[in-house]
Design a binder for this molecule. Structure first.
Ligand code: IVH
Length: 669
C-alpha cells in the first residue's frame, strides 16, 4: 500500500471504529460483531505500525471505548480500567506465551478464567463497606452507579474476613442471565420498545437506569475477577481471588491455575463446548500471568496489560445465499428490511430469514442479491447477517438499493434526521398501518378486547366495517351476524368485550392510541403527569421533555399526533363512546403541608422511588410537575441530579431540597 493510500485508509478506519465504539458503548446497540470490530482494529493497528508517521494519540488503537452518560456523576478510577488484547487462534496464544516466558526466563504459571460478556464494574470498599461503584467509562473515569449496584444480590455491600485491606477495589462483570434477557425482551416487544440486541447490552443498559427499583427487578448477576489494592494479601492473582471469595465475593469456581501452556489450551478447548450449558454468555477465556511480580515486570501498553490476553471464541456462524430482501411495514409505519435466505441449519434451528434492521445496515454490509452471506446467532433474538463472502460475488450483481416507496401503499418513504429507520408517512391510508393500529389498540396491554383477534380485525377491515379504532365502538350486531364464521354467540362476545373496554384505565387508553414511540411505560408516566387527555393535547415541547422518560423524539411524536385533525376527531369519537380519558384520583389527602407548592423531582433517592415521592407530594396537597419553571416552589433533589437541571434551577432561583430535609418537612406536626 502506498503512503497516500494508507493515510486515507487509516482515517476511514478511525472514523468507522469511533462510530462502532459509540454504537457499542453509548447506544448499547452494536451493528457489527466483536470479531468484525477486532478485524477493523487490527487492520488499523497494522497500518499504524507500518506507517508510524500517521500515528496519533487520539487513535482508537490507543484508547478504550467509552460508556459515559450525562445523567450520572463521574469519578476518576484510582487504577485505569483497561482492555485486554484479543487472540482468536492458538498461534496467537503461543506468541503471547513466548513473550511472557522470555520476560520471565522460564515456564510461567497462568490463571485461566472465563471471559464474561457483560458490563464491567469497579467497586471500591473502605473498611469492608462498599463506597462506590463505577462503570468502565472511558477507562480513566466512569459513571457512579453505586445505588444500582447495591440492588444486585450477588454483590456484597459489606465484607468480612481476614486479610482485608483497609481500602481495596474489586472488579468484575455484571451479567444478565439469558433467561432474564429473553423475558425482558418479550416485554419490550409488547411495549413496542426496541429489544436489547443481546444480554450484554441489556446488562449495561440496566446499570444505567435512573430508577434503582427497575434495576433490582432485572435479576443481574456479577462475577468477580480482579482485586486491586496498595497492599494485597497475596503475591499471586490466584491467591488474591481465592482470598476475596472467602470475604463474600462471587469468584467463579471455574478459575484454574495452569502450570503449563497445554493446561491452558485444555481449559480453552473444554469451555468451547461447555459454555453452551452456562446460564449466561461468555465470549472467550482470559489467560493471566499468576505472579504479581512478573505482571509488574511485563507492565502495560497504552490500552491493555502485557500480562494477560483474551482468547475469543467465534460466534457460531454459517454461510448461505441471500435470495431476496422484503420489507415489512409496522403499525407506526416503520420499514424493516428482512433478508430471505436459502434455509440453513444454525445452532440447532433452521434459519430462513435474518433481520437487516435498516438501510444503514444494508449499506454497511454492502449486500448484493445472491451474495453468499455469513449468518450468526449470538445472544440475539433473530439471526443476523454479519458479512459477505466476497469470493462468491457475481461480477454482474448489483448492490441492494433500499426501497424509496412503500411496498404496501406506494407512498414515498421518509427518513428523519438522526433516525436510522425509514418510515411510510401515509399514516391515514396505508393498510398495514391502519390494521396494525387497530390490532395494537385491542391488544392485552392496551384495551384488552379479547373477543377480537388479528383474524377478525382482518375480516372486518376487508369488509370495510372498520377503518380506525373508533369504528369498533360503532359496530352493531346486524353488521356482524351476516359475516361467515360468526355465530350469534361470538357476535355477542365481541360486542361485550368491546363494551368492557370502556373500563380500561386512562394510561392504557393512551398506550392504545399507538402514538409513535409511546410505549406502555411512557404512557404510564404521561398519564401520571398530564392527568387528562385535554392537558396532554395542550402540552408543549418543554412541558413534555420535562418528564424524564420523554426525550425530543417522543415529544415531537406526541405533538405531531395531536396536531393531526383526523386523530383529534377519532379521539372525540372515543370520548363520546365513553373511554376513560382522565386519570382517576386515587390518593387520599394526608395533610396540607405542601398546599400551593409546585415541586419538581430530580435525581435518584434512597428512601422512596420517584413514583412514591410523587404520590407523597400529592397526598400532602402539593403538585408534582415535570418541568422546571419560575413557578416551581422547589426541587426535591436526590443524588445524580443532572448538571443542566442544576444550572437551570440556579438561573431561575429555584431552591433545592434534599431528600432527608423533605422527609422532615412532611413529618413535622
Ligand atoms: S481482566 C487489565 N478478566 O473484558 C485487565 N476481564 O476486554 C482487566 N472481562 O474490561 C480485565 N471477563 O469487562 C478480566 N475474567 C475476566 C473478564 C474480563 C470479562 C471483560 C472486562 C474487561 C474486558 C476487557
Amino acid at each position: 500500500m502506498k503512503q497516500s493510500e494508507a493515510k486515507g485508509r487509516i482515517e476511514k478506519l478511525r472514523t468507522e471504529i469511533e462510530e462502532h465504539n459509540h454504537n457499542y458503548y453509548v447506544l448499547n446497540n452494536p451493528v457489527i460483531s466483536d470479531f468484525e470490530y477486532d478485524l477493523l482494529l487490527n487492520e488499523l493497528d497494522t497500518l499504524e505500525k507500518k506507517f508510524p508517521e500517521f500515528r496519533s494519540e487520539d487513535s482508537p488503537t490507543r484508547k478504550v471505548g467509552n460508556d459515559i452518560t450525562r445523567e450520572f456523576q463521574q469519578y476518576d478510577h484510582k487504577y485505569p480500567m483497561l482492555s485486554l488484547g484479543n487472540s482468536y487462534s492458538k498461534e496467537e496464544l503461543m506468541e503471547f506465551n513466548s513473550r511472557v516466558e522470555k520476560a520471565s526466563g522460564g515456564p510461567v504459571e497462568y490463571v485461566c478464567e472465563l471471559k464474561y460478556d457483560g458490563a464491567s464494574i469497579s467497586i471500591t470498599y473502605r473498611n469492608g463497606n462498599m463506597v462506590r461503584a463505577l462503570t468502565r467509562g472511558d477507562g480513566t473515569k466512569g459513571d457512579d452507579v453505586t445505588l444500582n449496584v447495591k440492588t444486585i444480590r450477588s454483590i456484597p455491600v459489606k465484607v468480612k474476613g481476614e486479610l482485608i485491606p483497609g481500602e481495596f477495589i474489586m472488579r468484575g462483570e455484571i451479567l444478565m442471565p439469558r433467561s432474564v434477557f429473553d423475558r425482558l425482551n418479550e416485554v419490550r416487544k409488547k411495549e413496542e420498545l426496541p429489544p436489547f440486541a443481546n444480554p450484554r447490552n441489556a446488562a449495561s443498559g440496566t446499570l444505567k437506569l435512573l430508577d434503582s427499583r427497575i434495576v433490582a427487578s432485572r435479576e443481574l448477576d456479577c462475577k468477580f475477577y480482579f482485586l486491586l489494592a496498595e497492599e494485597l494479601p497475596h503475591d499471586t492473582h490466584y491467591g488474591n481471588l481465592k482470598e476475596a471469595s472467602k470475604w463474600g465475593f462471587r469468584v467463579p469456581d471455574s478459575i484454574r491455575l495452569c502450570r503449563t501452556i497445554d493446561e491452558v489450551t485444555n481449559f480453552i478447548n473444554n469451555w468451547e463446548s461447555e459454555r453452551k450449558k452456562l446460564p449466561f454468555d461468555i465470549d472467550g477465556v482470559v489467560i493471566k500471568v499468576n505472579s504479581l511480580a512478573l505482571q509488574k515486570e511485563l507492565g502495560y501498553t497504552a490500552k491493555s496489560p502485557r500480562w494477560a490476553i483474551a482468547f475469543k471464541y467465534k460466534a457460531e456462524q454459517v454461510s448461505t445465499k441471500l435470495l431476496s430482501v422484503s420489507y415489512q411495514i409496522g403499525r407506526t409505519g416503520n420499514v424493516t428490511p428482512v433478508a430471505n435466505l436459502e434455509p440453513v441449519l444454525l445452532a440447532g434451528t433452521t434459519v430462513k430469514r435474518a433481520s437487516l434492521h435498516n438501510a444503514d445496515q444494508i449499506a454497511l454490509l454492502g449486500l448484493h442479491l445472491n451474495d453468499i452471506v455469513y449468518v450468526e446467532k449470538g445472544g440475539e433474538i433473530i439471526p443476523k447477517i454479519v458479512g459477505v463472502d466476497h469470493s462468491f460475488r457475481n461480477e454482474n450483481s448489483r448492490e441492494i438499493e433500499f426501497i424509496s416507496y412503500c411496498p404496501e401503499c406506494g407512498t414515498e418513504l421518509v427518513k428523519n434526521e438522526g433516525e436510522a429507520n425509514h418510515y411510510c408517512p401515509n399514516y391515514l391510508h396505508c393498510p398495514p398501518q391502519l390494521k396494525g393500529r387497530i390490532e395494537h389498540f385491542i391488544s392485552r396491554k392496551a384495551m384488552d378486547i379479547d373477543g377480537l383477534g388479528e383474524e377478525t380485525v382482518d375480516l372486518l377491515f376487508s369488509r370495510n366495517l372498520i377503518r380506525n379504532y373508533a369504528d369498533l365502538y360503532d359496530l352493531r350486531a346486524e353488521q356482524l351476524i351476516p359475516l361467515e364464521r360468526f355465530g350469534e354467540k361470538s357476535v355477542i362476545n365481541i360486542l361485550r368485550s368491546i363494551k368492557a373496554s370502556l373500563n380500561v384505565p386512562y394510561s392504557n387508553v393512551l398506550f392504545a392510541l399507538g402514538i409513535r414511540h409511546v410505549g406502555e411505560t411512557v404512557a404510564k408516566k404521561i398519564a401520571g403527569t398530564f392527568r387528562s387527555i385535554d392537558d396532554l393535547i395542550k402540552a408543549d415541547y418543554d412541558q413534555l421533555t420535562g418528564i424524564r422518560e420523554i426525550g425530543p423524539k417522543i415529544a415531537a411524536s406526541i405533538i405531531s399526533f395531536f396536531a393531526d385533525e383526523e386523530n383529534l376527531s377519532i379521539i372525540n369519537r372515543l370520548k363520546e363512546a365513553g373511554l376513560k380519558f382522565r386519570e382517576e384520583a386515587k390518593t387520599n389527602t394526608v395533610s396540607g403541608k405542601l398546599e400551593g407548592k409546585t415541586i419538581v423531582i430530580s435525581g435518584v433517592f434512597q428512601h422512596h422511588t420517584r413514583e412514591e415521592y410523587k404520590e407523597i407530594i400529592e397526598k400532602h396537597g402539593g403538585r408534582n410537575t415535570a418541568s422546571l419553571s419560575g413557578n416551581t416552589s422547589f426541587i426535591l433533589a436526590g443524588t445524580n441530579m443532572g448538571p443542566s437541571k442544576k444550572e437551570k434551577a440556579k438561573e431561575l432561583g429555584v431552591p433545592l431540597m434534599e431528600e432527608n430535609e423533605f422527609l422532615i418537612l412532611i413529618a413535622e406536626d
